[in-house]
Design a protein around this ligand. Structure first.
Ligand code: DGY
Length: 335
Protein backbone atom coordinates (compact mmCIF):
# COMPACT_ATOMS: atom_id res chain seq x y z
CA UNK A 1 0.00 0.00 0.00
CA UNK A 2 1.41 3.43 -0.96
CA UNK A 3 1.75 6.34 1.52
CA UNK A 4 -1.39 7.92 0.03
CA UNK A 5 -3.25 4.68 0.63
CA UNK A 6 -3.65 3.89 -3.06
CA UNK A 7 -3.20 0.30 -4.19
CA UNK A 8 -0.05 0.06 -6.31
CA UNK A 9 -0.52 -0.24 -10.03
CA UNK A 10 0.74 -3.66 -11.09
CA UNK A 11 2.73 -4.16 -14.28
CA UNK A 12 3.58 -7.56 -15.69
CA UNK A 13 6.81 -7.42 -17.70
CA UNK A 14 6.96 -10.69 -19.62
CA UNK A 15 10.76 -10.97 -19.80
CA UNK A 16 13.95 -9.13 -18.98
CA UNK A 17 14.48 -5.91 -20.84
CA UNK A 18 17.18 -3.24 -20.75
CA UNK A 19 17.81 -1.48 -17.46
CA UNK A 20 17.25 1.82 -19.30
CA UNK A 21 13.54 0.95 -19.36
CA UNK A 22 13.38 -1.01 -16.14
CA UNK A 23 14.72 1.94 -14.11
CA UNK A 24 11.95 4.17 -15.48
CA UNK A 25 9.37 1.70 -14.20
CA UNK A 26 11.12 1.31 -10.86
CA UNK A 27 11.35 5.05 -10.30
CA UNK A 28 7.65 5.61 -10.88
CA UNK A 29 5.99 5.85 -7.46
CA UNK A 30 3.32 3.35 -6.61
CA UNK A 31 4.10 1.03 -9.50
CA UNK A 32 4.75 -2.63 -8.72
CA UNK A 33 6.75 -4.42 -11.38
CA UNK A 34 6.39 -8.18 -11.69
CA UNK A 35 8.87 -10.03 -13.88
CA UNK A 36 9.73 -13.76 -13.93
CA UNK A 37 12.79 -14.86 -11.98
CA UNK A 38 15.92 -15.94 -13.83
CA UNK A 39 16.47 -18.15 -15.78
CA UNK A 40 12.88 -17.88 -17.09
CA UNK A 41 13.16 -14.11 -17.46
CA UNK A 42 15.77 -14.51 -20.20
CA UNK A 43 13.36 -16.23 -22.52
CA UNK A 44 9.98 -15.40 -23.99
CA UNK A 45 7.23 -16.12 -21.48
CA UNK A 46 5.18 -19.09 -22.74
CA UNK A 47 1.68 -18.02 -23.78
CA UNK A 48 -0.04 -20.27 -21.21
CA UNK A 49 2.09 -18.92 -18.41
CA UNK A 50 1.37 -15.32 -19.43
CA UNK A 51 -2.34 -16.09 -19.54
CA UNK A 52 -2.22 -17.82 -16.14
CA UNK A 53 -0.29 -14.96 -14.54
CA UNK A 54 -2.64 -12.35 -15.97
CA UNK A 55 -5.68 -14.21 -14.66
CA UNK A 56 -4.35 -14.60 -11.10
CA UNK A 57 -5.77 -12.29 -8.43
CA UNK A 58 -5.16 -9.44 -7.83
CA UNK A 59 -4.50 -9.02 -11.57
CA UNK A 60 -2.47 -6.45 -13.49
CA UNK A 61 -3.12 -2.90 -14.66
CA UNK A 62 -0.46 -3.01 -17.38
CA UNK A 63 1.35 -5.50 -19.53
CA UNK A 64 4.77 -4.73 -20.98
CA UNK A 65 5.33 -7.24 -23.74
CA UNK A 66 7.54 -8.01 -26.73
CA UNK A 67 7.10 -9.20 -30.30
CA UNK A 68 7.51 -12.77 -29.01
CA UNK A 69 4.25 -12.48 -27.04
CA UNK A 70 0.93 -13.27 -28.69
CA UNK A 71 -1.77 -10.97 -27.36
CA UNK A 72 -5.15 -12.33 -28.41
CA UNK A 73 -8.76 -12.18 -27.14
CA UNK A 74 -8.52 -15.26 -24.83
CA UNK A 75 -5.46 -13.71 -23.17
CA UNK A 76 -7.20 -10.34 -22.79
CA UNK A 77 -10.25 -12.07 -21.33
CA UNK A 78 -8.03 -13.90 -18.86
CA UNK A 79 -6.54 -10.54 -17.81
CA UNK A 80 -10.01 -9.17 -17.15
CA UNK A 81 -11.13 -5.62 -16.61
CA UNK A 82 -8.22 -4.61 -14.37
CA UNK A 83 -5.89 -4.51 -17.39
CA UNK A 84 -5.78 -0.93 -18.70
CA UNK A 85 -2.80 -0.76 -21.02
CA UNK A 86 -0.42 -2.85 -23.10
CA UNK A 87 2.96 -1.56 -24.14
CA UNK A 88 5.08 -3.54 -26.60
CA UNK A 89 8.82 -3.01 -26.95
CA UNK A 90 8.65 -3.16 -30.73
CA UNK A 91 7.53 -0.93 -33.54
CA UNK A 92 5.55 -3.77 -35.14
CA UNK A 93 2.37 -4.74 -33.31
CA UNK A 94 1.04 -7.54 -35.50
CA UNK A 95 1.48 -9.89 -32.51
CA UNK A 96 -1.26 -7.95 -30.72
CA UNK A 97 -4.94 -8.07 -31.58
CA UNK A 98 -5.34 -4.30 -31.52
CA UNK A 99 -9.05 -4.37 -32.34
CA UNK A 100 -9.71 -6.76 -29.45
CA UNK A 101 -7.72 -4.45 -27.16
CA UNK A 102 -9.71 -1.41 -28.29
CA UNK A 103 -13.01 -3.21 -27.80
CA UNK A 104 -11.97 -3.77 -24.18
CA UNK A 105 -11.03 -0.09 -23.76
CA UNK A 106 -7.29 -0.69 -23.49
CA UNK A 107 -4.68 1.85 -24.47
CA UNK A 108 -1.82 0.32 -26.44
CA UNK A 109 1.67 1.60 -27.09
CA UNK A 110 4.63 0.67 -29.29
CA UNK A 111 8.12 2.02 -29.97
CA UNK A 112 8.34 3.79 -33.33
CA UNK A 113 10.94 6.31 -34.57
CA UNK A 114 13.90 5.30 -32.41
CA UNK A 115 14.67 2.28 -34.57
CA UNK A 116 14.16 3.92 -37.96
CA UNK A 117 17.81 4.77 -38.66
CA UNK A 118 19.16 1.61 -37.03
CA UNK A 119 16.90 -0.59 -39.15
CA UNK A 120 17.59 1.44 -42.30
CA UNK A 121 21.36 1.02 -41.80
CA UNK A 122 20.82 -2.71 -41.44
CA UNK A 123 18.70 -2.92 -44.58
CA UNK A 124 21.54 -1.31 -46.50
CA UNK A 125 23.88 -3.88 -44.94
CA UNK A 126 21.63 -6.77 -45.97
CA UNK A 127 21.26 -5.31 -49.44
CA UNK A 128 25.00 -5.01 -49.95
CA UNK A 129 25.69 -8.41 -48.35
CA UNK A 130 23.18 -10.13 -50.59
CA UNK A 131 24.03 -8.29 -53.81
CA UNK A 132 27.80 -8.62 -53.27
CA UNK A 133 27.64 -12.16 -51.80
CA UNK A 134 29.59 -11.26 -48.66
CA UNK A 135 28.29 -14.25 -46.59
CA UNK A 136 29.28 -16.63 -49.43
CA UNK A 137 32.76 -15.08 -49.42
CA UNK A 138 33.07 -15.46 -45.65
CA UNK A 139 31.96 -19.09 -45.94
CA UNK A 140 34.58 -20.15 -48.49
CA UNK A 141 37.31 -18.66 -46.30
CA UNK A 142 36.05 -20.38 -43.15
CA UNK A 143 35.54 -23.68 -45.00
CA UNK A 144 39.09 -23.42 -46.40
CA UNK A 145 37.84 -23.62 -49.98
CA UNK A 146 38.92 -20.15 -51.07
CA UNK A 147 39.11 -20.59 -54.83
CA UNK A 148 41.80 -19.07 -57.04
CA UNK A 149 41.14 -15.56 -58.27
CA UNK A 150 39.35 -15.69 -61.62
CA UNK A 151 37.67 -12.94 -63.61
CA UNK A 152 34.20 -13.94 -62.44
CA UNK A 153 35.08 -15.49 -59.05
CA UNK A 154 32.65 -14.36 -56.34
CA UNK A 155 31.00 -11.86 -58.62
CA UNK A 156 27.79 -10.35 -57.40
CA UNK A 157 25.74 -7.38 -58.50
CA UNK A 158 26.18 -3.66 -58.04
CA UNK A 159 24.08 -1.71 -55.61
CA UNK A 160 25.14 1.66 -57.00
CA UNK A 161 22.89 2.88 -59.79
CA UNK A 162 20.48 -0.03 -59.19
CA UNK A 163 16.74 0.50 -59.45
CA UNK A 164 15.28 -0.10 -56.02
CA UNK A 165 11.59 -0.72 -55.38
CA UNK A 166 10.37 0.07 -51.88
CA UNK A 167 6.95 -1.33 -51.01
CA UNK A 168 5.71 0.94 -48.22
CA UNK A 169 7.26 4.40 -47.96
CA UNK A 170 6.80 4.89 -44.22
CA UNK A 171 9.46 6.08 -41.80
CA UNK A 172 11.84 3.20 -42.49
CA UNK A 173 11.15 3.27 -46.23
CA UNK A 174 12.06 6.97 -46.29
CA UNK A 175 15.25 6.36 -44.31
CA UNK A 176 16.28 3.56 -46.68
CA UNK A 177 15.54 5.70 -49.74
CA UNK A 178 17.57 8.57 -48.28
CA UNK A 179 20.57 6.29 -47.86
CA UNK A 180 20.19 4.86 -51.36
CA UNK A 181 20.31 8.35 -52.86
CA UNK A 182 23.98 8.26 -51.85
CA UNK A 183 24.37 5.16 -54.05
CA UNK A 184 22.88 7.00 -57.06
CA UNK A 185 20.01 4.51 -57.16
CA UNK A 186 16.76 5.05 -58.98
CA UNK A 187 14.13 4.75 -56.28
CA UNK A 188 10.59 3.58 -56.97
CA UNK A 189 7.92 3.16 -54.36
CA UNK A 190 4.49 1.69 -54.11
CA UNK A 191 2.08 2.20 -51.25
CA UNK A 192 -1.61 2.26 -50.43
CA UNK A 193 -1.34 6.06 -50.67
CA UNK A 194 0.63 8.26 -53.02
CA UNK A 195 2.77 10.79 -51.17
CA UNK A 196 4.49 12.63 -53.98
CA UNK A 197 5.78 15.61 -51.99
CA UNK A 198 7.30 13.49 -49.24
CA UNK A 199 8.67 10.96 -51.76
CA UNK A 200 10.31 13.73 -53.77
CA UNK A 201 12.54 14.61 -50.80
CA UNK A 202 14.23 11.22 -51.20
CA UNK A 203 13.99 11.12 -54.99
CA UNK A 204 11.37 8.35 -54.96
CA UNK A 205 8.83 7.94 -57.76
CA UNK A 206 5.42 6.31 -57.30
CA UNK A 207 4.66 3.26 -59.44
CA UNK A 208 2.00 0.58 -59.31
CA UNK A 209 3.07 -2.56 -57.46
CA UNK A 210 3.38 -4.68 -60.63
CA UNK A 211 5.51 -1.99 -62.23
CA UNK A 212 7.72 -1.88 -59.14
CA UNK A 213 8.21 -5.65 -59.36
CA UNK A 214 8.99 -5.58 -63.06
CA UNK A 215 11.46 -2.66 -62.95
CA UNK A 216 13.39 -3.15 -59.73
CA UNK A 217 16.81 -4.74 -59.29
CA UNK A 218 16.26 -4.71 -55.54
CA UNK A 219 12.80 -5.09 -54.01
CA UNK A 220 12.37 -4.11 -50.37
CA UNK A 221 9.00 -4.66 -48.67
CA UNK A 222 8.64 -2.23 -45.77
CA UNK A 223 4.93 -2.42 -45.22
CA UNK A 224 3.22 -3.50 -42.00
CA UNK A 225 1.90 -7.05 -41.79
CA UNK A 226 -1.84 -6.94 -42.44
CA UNK A 227 -4.29 -9.37 -44.06
CA UNK A 228 -3.59 -7.54 -47.35
CA UNK A 229 0.21 -7.90 -47.14
CA UNK A 230 0.28 -11.48 -45.83
CA UNK A 231 1.84 -13.59 -48.59
CA UNK A 232 2.14 -10.53 -50.86
CA UNK A 233 5.44 -11.90 -52.11
CA UNK A 234 4.32 -15.22 -53.54
CA UNK A 235 4.64 -17.03 -56.86
CA UNK A 236 2.73 -14.31 -58.68
CA UNK A 237 5.00 -11.51 -57.44
CA UNK A 238 8.20 -13.46 -58.01
CA UNK A 239 7.03 -14.26 -61.54
CA UNK A 240 6.84 -10.53 -62.27
CA UNK A 241 10.32 -9.74 -60.93
CA UNK A 242 13.52 -9.67 -62.99
CA UNK A 243 15.60 -12.85 -63.05
CA UNK A 244 18.45 -10.70 -61.76
CA UNK A 245 16.40 -9.20 -58.91
CA UNK A 246 17.03 -9.47 -55.21
CA UNK A 247 14.39 -9.44 -52.45
CA UNK A 248 15.36 -7.95 -49.08
CA UNK A 249 12.82 -8.62 -46.32
CA UNK A 250 13.39 -7.00 -42.94
CA UNK A 251 9.71 -6.35 -42.19
CA UNK A 252 7.77 -9.48 -41.19
CA UNK A 253 8.29 -13.04 -42.38
CA UNK A 254 4.61 -13.57 -43.19
CA UNK A 255 4.81 -11.04 -46.04
CA UNK A 256 6.77 -13.64 -48.02
CA UNK A 257 5.50 -17.06 -49.02
CA UNK A 258 8.65 -19.04 -48.28
CA UNK A 259 7.76 -22.06 -50.46
CA UNK A 260 7.27 -19.73 -53.40
CA UNK A 261 10.52 -17.95 -52.53
CA UNK A 262 12.37 -21.26 -52.49
CA UNK A 263 10.96 -22.11 -55.92
CA UNK A 264 11.88 -18.67 -57.26
CA UNK A 265 15.44 -18.90 -55.93
CA UNK A 266 16.04 -22.44 -57.17
CA UNK A 267 14.42 -21.98 -60.57
CA UNK A 268 16.29 -18.75 -61.26
CA UNK A 269 13.09 -16.75 -61.38
CA UNK A 270 14.84 -14.26 -59.05
CA UNK A 271 18.56 -14.07 -58.26
CA UNK A 272 18.82 -13.87 -54.47
CA UNK A 273 17.13 -12.94 -51.23
CA UNK A 274 18.19 -11.46 -47.92
CA UNK A 275 15.89 -12.21 -44.99
CA UNK A 276 16.02 -10.79 -41.47
CA UNK A 277 12.59 -12.21 -40.73
CA UNK A 278 11.12 -15.65 -41.42
CA UNK A 279 8.32 -18.00 -40.49
CA UNK A 280 8.91 -19.50 -38.02
CA UNK A 281 11.44 -17.63 -35.90
CA UNK A 282 13.89 -19.09 -35.11
CA UNK A 283 14.07 -20.77 -38.53
CA UNK A 284 15.52 -24.27 -38.05
CA UNK A 285 18.85 -24.89 -39.78
CA UNK A 286 17.14 -27.82 -41.53
CA UNK A 287 14.83 -25.42 -43.41
CA UNK A 288 15.30 -25.73 -47.17
CA UNK A 289 15.97 -21.99 -47.54
CA UNK A 290 18.97 -22.16 -45.20
CA UNK A 291 20.86 -24.46 -47.56
CA UNK A 292 20.63 -22.03 -50.47
CA UNK A 293 23.76 -20.03 -51.19
CA UNK A 294 21.63 -17.28 -52.74
CA UNK A 295 19.52 -16.81 -49.61
CA UNK A 296 21.12 -14.79 -46.83
CA UNK A 297 19.26 -15.33 -43.56
CA UNK A 298 19.93 -13.60 -40.25
CA UNK A 299 18.00 -13.85 -36.95
CA UNK A 300 15.63 -10.84 -36.82
CA UNK A 301 18.35 -8.41 -35.81
CA UNK A 302 17.68 -5.24 -37.83
CA UNK A 303 17.07 -3.15 -34.71
CA UNK A 304 19.70 -4.94 -32.64
CA UNK A 305 22.08 -2.26 -31.47
CA UNK A 306 22.46 -1.61 -27.76
CA UNK A 307 21.53 2.06 -28.15
CA UNK A 308 18.44 1.28 -30.20
CA UNK A 309 17.17 -1.43 -27.88
CA UNK A 310 17.76 0.86 -24.88
CA UNK A 311 15.76 3.61 -26.58
CA UNK A 312 12.99 1.14 -27.35
CA UNK A 313 12.98 0.00 -23.71
CA UNK A 314 12.68 3.62 -22.51
CA UNK A 315 9.72 4.27 -24.78
CA UNK A 316 7.99 1.04 -23.79
CA UNK A 317 8.40 1.99 -20.12
CA UNK A 318 7.27 5.60 -20.69
CA UNK A 319 4.10 4.35 -22.35
CA UNK A 320 3.33 2.38 -19.17
CA UNK A 321 4.17 5.34 -16.93
CA UNK A 322 1.94 7.64 -18.97
CA UNK A 323 -0.95 5.19 -18.63
CA UNK A 324 -0.32 4.99 -14.89
CA UNK A 325 -0.50 8.78 -14.64
CA UNK A 326 -3.69 8.85 -16.68
CA UNK A 327 -1.91 10.63 -19.53
CA UNK A 328 -2.08 10.01 -23.25
CA UNK A 329 0.47 7.40 -24.31
CA UNK A 330 3.40 9.21 -25.96
CA UNK A 331 3.60 6.44 -28.57
CA UNK A 332 0.16 4.92 -28.97
CA UNK A 333 -0.35 2.33 -31.71
CA UNK A 334 -1.92 4.11 -34.69
CA UNK A 335 -5.55 3.73 -35.71
C1 DGY B 1 10.12 -4.32 -34.29
O1 DGY B 1 10.37 -3.60 -33.33
O2 DGY B 1 8.98 -4.53 -34.68
C2 DGY B 1 11.26 -4.93 -35.00
O3 DGY B 1 10.89 -5.96 -35.82
C3 DGY B 1 12.32 -5.35 -34.01
O4 DGY B 1 13.48 -5.61 -34.71
Amino acid sequence: MAANGAEPWRVLVTRNFPEAGMSILREEPNLEVVIPDEPEASDAMPYDKMKAMLSEAPGYDALLCFLTDKIDPPLLDAAGSRLKTISTMSVGFNHMDVDAGKERGLTMGHTPDVLTNTVADFILGMTISTMRRIPAGVKVVKDDVWGKWAPLYMCGRDVHHATVGIMGLGRIGMAVAKRLMGFDCEILYSDAFRMDERAATVGATYVEFDDLLARSDIVIPLCPLTPETTGLFGADAFGKMKETAVLINCSRGEIVNQDALYDALTSGSIWAAGLDVTVPEPLPASDKLVALENCVIVPHMASATVACREDMARIAARNVVAAHRGEKLPHAVPG
